[in-house]
Design a protein around this ligand. Structure first.
Ligand code: GLS
Length: 829
């Protein structure tokens, strides 16, 4: 038997080429085959989109090949694996990133030219995979790239939403949201695994049972939904490793339906089937506050339960006892969203695997680590007890038990300090009793990570002060990073060539510390010339994009000044707008000779407001109202242009960032946990105008504060400034620009009134008035420096040269060593 099988396998291998070939002719043939057999178009007639689809499929074949080999190898070596649980992944486009990481871009470009197509034009056909809101989700995507590149045995787990983050369209300057049905034309980057599916249960009751003379709890669920796996291969750069991002989609469960059919109500049975699919339908578009919605809880549990079943199945394939679980499994909880996984692990170990509570708890405490991405309490999820009790009754009991034991332990440490106990409790007593998911994570996880040094300090001294006093060793700083593969190599190829040329190696693409070698040439006139040309070409591309989108013509000699990120009061796009109004006002009051000294600016703003966030939506409208006035004012001409880029997303960022001169990061100090946009700008040599908040503080340390434009109140000054409250007045200049808005200078007087109120009349929680003068000074310093182009370019080179620390490769190494205890497992070539 065995011999026969071996012969069969050998024959099959003989029939296959060893690896897919990557020469231009083979690639052309593959693309044409996919045109004909996958896309089902004639190879004599297909358009750009069909060519993109065929191209994507031929890349996908190569990804799958590596991905199979990697998993085979992981299986053989059985290393400890990291499982990264995240409710959001903002992957953006896959084509150019995959081709770059596979190292076959030139071959593909050549193959397409031979076929009469342009690689770059085809790349533009791809839509973004926007399964996340902002920084947190894009950071998860960067981490996947680094995990693959650094050969770590990692899996990502998340949800395959049918509707990603909404599309923003602008009508008369107002934001409207449209659904992003991103799967409309299929998704060549995923592999549907119909045979990898697990039932996920909800509702029902908990009953007691006696098993081997011991009382046990069993959950009798009331509903079951099937989770089906969609695998997304993530290739590393300069390695054969390709890891897996497994996203779950909800499908109706047959098991559940059988009962409905027997009642004879056929139509309702079908309708109920469809309801199951709604679980993975839509991404929640608010990145900060969650209002205890049932669907959101179901989404969280759905992906957590399926992922854990998958992880345990893989573990059990090779191991008998859960004693070994912590040696083989590390689970990373990305923000509080997947925290229910702690209760789920306890349920499986205690109820299904029949481990003692204390043994199960010991295992849970050794496998879980969490990263908190929020600063504000509203970013930490709370789930009403009633809701949890109805959707997941057994989990509620488990959380109560965890809390009971936590309270017993706390009493040993803090005696009868009930204030402290109630602050640390997982259960929050109040008008609505809730479960504090963050406290559940803190009670269990061996490591609690902050995403910048300033952020960790805030967690230690404010948000989780009590926990820090009890368990200081749990708290660690893992400053965020971004991947230089996407943010330089893919999005700024000219910069990539310059860096490689001057360093004399491409090794920095895997070992970004080498980029510091550019410092040596920061004053070299030849490098300056190349740098300037690179920037000009990127600005040209951006200018064309702006004109196509907004019909605004911009001058390439102007400073391109950019703020792109989610719209939030704390991110202070309003401060930027008031600064622009001030600039406009000054220009209007200048005579011609003064005007000649003005540094021309193109102020670019982009970002989405959560659909229910009124203030943020008013800020977007203000951008448009100001742009209308300024851009059409003949007194101003090219001295100032204001542009709002609609529907900001990852691929827009890839175009905008390389073409920017200056970027703005204006959060009120203490409010931005880290910020990762600033790191992308830094890598691309854009100068930063920023408050001393989040990762900007560490950036200043790396490149020198003199190479950026810092301003505003410091983190430790903010609370005292707020205390002063109503007596805190902004400058006269501030009062003047706010008055212009109030008086209807830009129209929409009534509409903007409440926006103005947020920064005046004793309000101004985010200290715009207080920071305004120092903001204008920083802007003036940026203008002065821009006039001295040599200085500017030198600072720009030093920014790129100092960006090494902000690679997600560094972040991942820290996680691997300090939190997860995993080793690389490199698949041999
Ligand atoms: C965020 C923070 O607001 C950002 O400061 C941070 O850079 C990011 C990644 O850690 O996480 N938290 C969040 O909910 N959305 C974010 O972008």
């Amino acid at each position: 038997e065995l011999g026969g099988r071996k012969a069969k396998v050998e024959k099959m291998f003989g029939l296959m080429d060893e690896f897919l070939k990557n020469d231009s002719i083979s690639l052309q043939k593959d693309i044409l085959d996919h045109v004909e057999f996958t896309v089902a178009r004639s190879r004599f007639s297909f358009d750009d989109f069909e060519a993109y689809q065929a191209l994507a499929h031929s890349v996908r074949d190569r990804l799958i090949e590596r991905w199979h080999d990697t998993h085979q190898y992981f299986k053989k070596k059985d290393p400890k694996r990291i499982y990264f649980l995240s409710l959001e992944f903002l992957m953006g486009r896959s084509l150019t990133n995959s081709v770059t990481n596979l190292g076959i871009q030139d071959q593909y470009a050549d193959a397409l030219t031979q076929l009469g197509f342009d690689y770059e034009v085809l790349a533009e056909q791809e839509g973004d995979a926007a399964l996340g809101n902002g920084g947190l989700a894009r950071f998860a995507a960067c981490q996947m790239d680094s995990l693959a590149t650094l050969d770590y045995p990692a899996w990502g787990y998340g949800l395959r939403y049918q509707y990603g983050l909404f599309r923003q369209i602008i009508v008369d300057g107002f934001q409207h949201e449209q659904p992003d049905f991103w799967l409309n034309f299929g998704n060549p980057w995923e592999i549907e695994r119909v045979h990898v599916s697990y039932p996920v249960k909800f509702y029902g009751t908990v009953e007691e049972e006696v098993l081997n003379g011991k009382k046990c709890k069993i959950w009798i669920p009331g509903e079951s939904v099937e989770a089906v796996a969609y695998d997304n291969p993530i290739p590393g750069y300069g390695t054969r490793n390709a890891i897996n991002l497994r996203l779950w989609a909800a499908k109706p469960s047959d098991q559940y339906d059988m009962e409905s059919y027997t009642t004879g109500d056929y139509i309702n049975a079908i309708v109920n089937r469809q309801k199951a699919e709604t679980i993975s339908n839509v991404l929640y578009p608010d990145d900060r506050s969650y209002q205890g919605k049932e669907l959101r809880l179901k989404q969280q549990y759905f992906f957590v339960s399926a992922s854990l079943q998958d992880i345990m199945r893989r573990f059990k394939d090779l191991h008998r006892s859960f004693d070994e679980f912590p040696e083989k499994v590390a689970l990373q909880i990305n923000d509080t969203h997947p925290s229910i996984s702690i209760a789920e692990v306890m349920r499986v170990l205690v109820d299904e695997e029949h481990l003692d509570w204390s043994k199960a708890w010991d295992i849970a405490c050794r496998i879980f680590s969490v990263t908190i991405h929020a600063v504000q309490p509203e970013g930490l999820e709370k789930i009403p007890v009633d809701l949890l009790g109805s959707v997941l009754p057994r989990h509620l009991e488990i959380i109560y038990e965890i809390n009971y034991r936590l309270m017993e332990e706390l009493k040993k440490n803090f005696g009868q300090d009930y204030d402290k106990l109630s602050r640390m409790s997982i259960i929050e007593e109040g008008a609505v009793k809730t479960i504090r998911m963050a406290n559940l994570s803190l009670a269990c996880c061996h490591t609690v990570n902050g995403v910048s040094r300033v952020h960790l300090e805030t967690l230690k001294t404010r948000v989780f002060k009590d926990f820090y006093e009890l368990w200081p060793q749990k708290f660690q700083c893992k400053t965020n990073g971004v991947t230089q593969r996407r943010w330089i190599v893919v999005s700024n190829p000219s910069l990539c060539s310059i860096i490689s040329k001057w360093l004399g190696t491409e090794a920095w693409i895997r070992n970004v510390d080498l980029i510091a070698g550019l410092r040596e040439y920061a004053k070299d006139p030849d490098l300056h010339t190349e740098w300037k040309n690179m920037k000009r070409v990127n600005k040209m591309r951006l200018a064309e994009y702006i004109e196509t989108l907004t019909s605004v013509k911009v001058s390439l000699d102007a400073m391109f000044d950019v703020q792109i990120k989610r719209i939030h009061e704390y991110k202070r796009q309003l401060l930027n707008m008031l600064g622009i109004i001030h600039r406009y006002d000054c220009i209007k009051n200048m005579d011609e000779s003064d005007k000649r000294r003005v540094v021309p600016r193109v102020c670019i703003i982009g970002g989405k407001a959560a659909p229910g966030y009124e203030v943020a939506k008013k800020i977007i409208k203000l951008c448009h109202a100001v742009a209308d006035k300024v851009n059409n004012d003949p007194d101003v001409g090219d001295l100032l242009k204001v542009v709002f880029i609609p529907d900001y997303n990852v691929s827009v960022a890839e175009l905008v960032i390389p073409g920017s001169d200056l970027s703005q990061h204006l959060s009120t100090a203490g409010h931005e946990a880290s910020g990762t946009g600033c790191m992308k700008f830094l890598m691309n040599g854009c100068l930063l105008l920023a408050t001393a908040d989040g990762s900007a503080v560490e950036i200043a340390e790396e490149i020198g504060a003199e190479n950026m434009f810092l301003f505003g109140a410091k983190v430790d000054e903010v609370p005292a400034l707020r205390e002063k409250g109503t007596t805190l007045k902004g400058s006269l200049q501030f009062a003047r620009v706010v008055r212009m808005v109030r008086d209807g200078y830009f129209g929409f007087k009534d509409y903007f009134k409440s926006l103005c109120d947020t920064v005046e009349d004793g309000g101004d929680f985010y200290l715009l008035g207080y920071d305004f003068a120092s903001y204008l000074e920083a802007q003036a310093a940026a203008d002065r420096t821009f006039v001295d182009q040599e200085k500017w370019i030198q600072m720009s080179i030093l920014s790129t040269a100092g960006s090494g620390k902000f690679s997600s490769d560094r972040t991942i190494e820290e996680y691997a060593q300090q939190s997860w205890g995993i080793e690389p497992c490199k698949c041999p070539f």
